[in-house]
Design a binder for this molecule. Structure first.
Ligand code: ZN
Length: 80
């Protein structure tokens, strides 16, 4: 694993780099830049992560989990 990858550790879904709940602040920033031109794909990716995490954490349908994975996304793509 790359040391600063901020990849999720399952089944706890904590960040493998900083130990925060995944997606952590750094990962969120990184995801926004990685998917800058394709925000729809980012939602699909996070939705898949959310589904996997809900299963691992036995929290399916949890709104707090939805907030954690999807609630931080800006409403509109950033413009520069
Ligand atoms: Zn992290």
């Amino acid at each position: 694993m790359v040391p600063d990858e901020h990849a999720p550790l399952t089944p706890d879904w904590t960040c493998g780099t900083c130990g925060a709940q995944w997606p952590c602040e750094q990962k969120r920033d990184r995801l926004l830049s990685e998917y800058l031109t394709d925000r729809a794909m980012l939602s699909v990716y996070l939705g898949a992560c959310l589904a996997a995490a809900a299963e691992d954490l036995h929290l399916s349908g949890s709104t707090s989990l939805q907030d954690r994975f999807l609630g931080w996304l800006p409403r509109r793509p950033r413009r520069f």
